[in-house]
Design a protein around this ligand. Structure first.
Ligand code: RP5
Length: 162
């Protein structure tokens, strides 16, 4: 199976990336994690993106906050699908990162998930990889069913107790 690359702009984004990692692990998807910044280490971010396809990656998650150009900078250098996670920082509540990540010019797409949306970023990668992988598609179906069952269990509890 192809790997998922998880790139964050700073170690301060780690809690968000950890949620994505947990989700990938639960689906037994191979992954690699890096800290590359579009601004502080642009050469390394570019090298990673340019070589990602030949290095066995199938999709890339890029998490960054503030002037969050990381996902766009990675997408500029690869035609692999790039999923951007805008990270919430101490000011502007993540709106800065959301707009910086989502407002890509035509021709260079970034699939942007919700602010701090680590779980959905990983699930979207899994769904992309599952297009060609029936075993992974089955795991995703199982997860949906388990998640739905958990909600229905809560429904029973609420109905019984309130
Ligand atoms: C962004 O700036 C990073 O992705 C991080 O979310 C934010 C702040 O970085 P630090 O100053 O905490 O390293 O590039």
């Amino acid at each position: 199976m192809k790997k998922v690359g998880l790139v964050m702009g700073s170690d301060s984004d780690l809690p968000i990336i950890e949620k994505a990692v947990q989700t990938l692990k639960s689906l037994e998807i191979p992954y690699e994690v890096h800290i590359f910044s579009a601004h502080r280490t642009p050469v390394e971010a570019r090298d990673f993106s340019v070589n990602a396809r030949k290095n066995g990656f199938g999709a890339i998650i890029a998490a960054a906050g503030m002037a969050a150009h990381l996902a766009g900078a990675i997408a500029a250098n690869t035609t692999l699908p790039v999923i951007g996670i805008p990270c919430k920082s101490s000011v502007l509540d993540g709106m800065d990162a959301l707009l910086s990540t989502v407002q890509m010019p035509s021709g260079i797409p970034v699939a942007t998930v919700a602010i701090n949306g680590g779980v959905n970023a990983a699930l979207l990668c899994a769904q992309i990889l599952a297009v060609e992988d029936d075993c992974l598609a089955e795991k995703l179906d199982d997860k949906r069913q388990k998640d739905a069952a958990a909600v229905l269990e809560k429904d029973k509890t609420v109905a019984a107790n309130l």
